[in-house]
Design a protein around this ligand. Structure first.
Ligand code: ATP
Ligand code: MG
Length: 429
């Protein structure tokens, strides 16, 4: 027997019983983004490898060890996107839509790919909703991104379970002054650093700050702090952001060790973290990247954005049992028809009802079957009502209307009156 085929490790099917929750989540975010004036952009999931190397940075975890890179039939090196910002920047540059200081407020959704060790909340194909804003350089827009996510947590019922961590990495000038001081300090303690941090000290010293190694963390206690190296501009920006969060009443924790995995951040960086998911606690992360567009060959263009992990947020909704009841019911009405003539009349009747009630979730029995078996299917579908068309109903041009949940007698409704009747008893989403 041939070996059965399986999905690739860390790449999951999202099964029909899970998709209602995904769609609820995605729909909630999409509506919110619409309301704040963001427009969707869709990029390919494969790009030239060079794009990610240039934007994310050669000495980041992603580029060093997490990318799915392959050669295509032309011999080009391509990579399945590990994140969305790089492709989004490429797209706006390619189409010239940020030229002349044009503001763009964009969002995207889709799968991302990273070769990491799969575990709860960490997969090799995962999904993000991300957002990027171009050509706005003030703290007001940084604040808007955070305010918007705060509203989202409120709408989803998970606000109490997430915490905002905030830091400023300063302008590139203040960051390089800080980097120098940090390197000097860490070099003096070189022997006490773990191996990974010794390596990062040479390649990407700021990343030493987010080490998980306890000995290195102990060394870091007395290390220079970024906050002391911020120049006036970075400081004013950061104060401006905090003032806005205070004005709206959004609590935050300052985390001087928050540096983010990617190279391109400047000034504001933030993460929304939770303790409800075990080790994979960051559900949304982002920051400002004023130098990135220029680094990728464009004119200087300020940018700021974030991405949230859909798997982790769906897991949170499940863990905190914040699953709205109405999303589990996918059928409002189930039509049963007995006999060929009734089946034909039922089909036509169903289409008439759908014309009048386009949002009604009406399922017509398929595969015929006895009275008992069709009824069983109607019940199992989760429908609130069954419609019944048998010989008697056909003779009188009516349909039997039977409540399936809770009380109520079966009634007969004239075909012409059916849509109006359904409109009164089914609340349509
Ligand atoms: P982590 O520190 O958890 O590895 P990250 O800093 O690499 O996250 P980002 O690149 O900032 O993550 O991506 C934004 C969000 O996407 C994360 O906060 C997380 O919610 C989600 N995410 C990132 N990597 C994965 C993954 N492998 N599986 C599931 N979700 C992920
Ligand atoms: Mg990561």
């Amino acid at each position: 027997m041939s070996k059965s085929l399986q999905a690739i490790r860390g790449m999951n099917d999202i099964l029909p019983e899970q998709t209602p929750l995904w769609r609820y989540f995605e729909g909630t975010v999409a509506r919110l983004l619409d309301n704040y004036g963001y427009k969707q952009i869709r990029m390919p999931i494969v790009e030239f490898t060079e794009l990610f190397k240039r934007s994310i940075g050669e000495v980041t975890d992603i580029v060093e060890k997490e990318m799915y890179t392959f050669e295509d039939r032309n011999g080009d090196s391509l990579t399945l996107r590990p994140e969305g910002t790089a492709a989004c920047v490429r797209a706006v540059l390619e189409h010239g839509i940020t030229g002349g200081g044009q503001v763009q407020k964009l969002w995207y959704i889709g799968p991302m790919f990273r070769h990491e060790r799969p575990q709860k909340g960490r997969y090799r194909q995962f999904h993000q909703i991300g957002l990027e804003v171009f050509n706005l350089d003030g703290p007001d827009i940084d604040a808007e991104l955070i305010i918007m996510t705060w509203r989202l947590w409120g709408e989803l019922g998970i606000r109490d379970a997430v915490k905002l961590e905030l830091n400023s990495l300063g302008t590139s000038e203040s960051r390089s002054r800080y980097r120098e001081a940090l390197v000097e300090y860490l070099s003096a303690h070189h022997d006490k650093l773990d191996e990974d941090s010794q390596r990062r000290l040479k390649t990407n010293p700021l990343r030493v700050l987010d080490t998980k190694n306890a000995d290195t963390q102990a060394v870091l206690v007395d290390a220079p702090k970024m906050a002391d190296y911020l120049d006036d501009e970075s400081r004013a920006h950061f104060e401006g952001l905090k003032a806005r969060l205070d004005a709206v009443g959004i609590p935050y924790v300052l985390n001087p060790k928050l540096v983010r995995g990617l190279d391109y951040y400047s000034k504001t960086v933030f993460e929304w973290v939770t303790d409800k998911l075990g080790a994979q606690g960051t559900v949304c992360a982002g920051g400002r990247y004023d130098g990135l567009v220029e680094q990728m060959g464009g004119k200087p263009t300020p940018g700021v954005g974030f991405a949230m992990g859909i798997e982790r947020l769906v897991l949170m909704l499940e863990t905190l049992e914040q699953i709205p009841q109405e999303i589990s019911r996918q059928v409002d009405v189930y039509l049963c028809a007995f006999g060929e003539e009734a089946e034909l009349a039922g089909l036509a009747l169903a289409e008439r009802v759908r014309d009048e009630l386009p949002n009604l979730r009406l399922q017509v029995n398929a595969g015929a079957g006895s009275f008992k078996s069709q009824f069983k299917k109607a019940d199992k579908s989760g429908a609130l009502y069954a419609l019944i068309l048998g010989d008697d109903e056909m003779a009188q041009q009516v349909v039997g209307f039977k409540p399936l949940r809770g009380q109520g007698e079966q009634q007969s409704i004239a075909w012409d009156a059916l849509a109006a009747h359904l409109a009164t008893c089914v609340v349509q989403g």
